[in-house]
Write a protein that binds this ligand. Structure first.
Ligand code: ZN
Length: 134
């Protein structure tokens, strides 16, 4: 079951500056967290049922650093909140969707996440996101 848009990931060069910009819109940053697995620092902004996830690269070989070098700052991915991530991955794989992650890994906030290739999803990098506590 797909529950909602869990979050929109936005690649930024400087997290502190980006936080100021988004807080200037009237939003509040709830937490800042480093995710070593993806070589990013994230700022989570709750917006109703969804979130905005600002992503700053912490290394030059971070996927976010490569994205910014190629395309500049901007929307990096859209994440769908799902009930059982393995079930969804298997379903997509069976249907022929090209996956970046065949198995879930750990993302910000301890969520289990996996990416689907943008070439398979009309040019959108899609993340599946399972949060145990919600
Ligand atoms: Zn994400």
């Amino acid at each position: 079951m797909i529950k909602k848009i869990d979050h929109v990931g936005i690649a930024v060069k400087n997290l502190e500056e980006a936080m100021k910009v988004w807080e200037g819109l009237g939003l509040k940053v709830d937490e800042v967290e480093e995710v070593p697995d993806q070589k990013v620092r994230t700022a989570i902004i709750h917006v109703g049922e969804s979130r905005i996830e600002l992503l700053e690269p912490t290394a030059e070989d971070s996927p976010i650093a490569r994205f910014i070098a190629k395309r500049g700052e901007g929307i990096h991915h859209i994440a769908l909140g799902v009930g059982n991530i393995e079930e969804h991955l298997n379903k997509l794989k069976e249907s022929g969707y090209r996956l970046i992650d065949e198995k879930p890994r750990v993302g910000a906030g301890g969520a289990r996440i996996a990416f689907v290739h943008p070439k398979a999803v009309t040019g959108v990098l899609l993340e599946l996101c399972e949060r145990g506590s919600e």
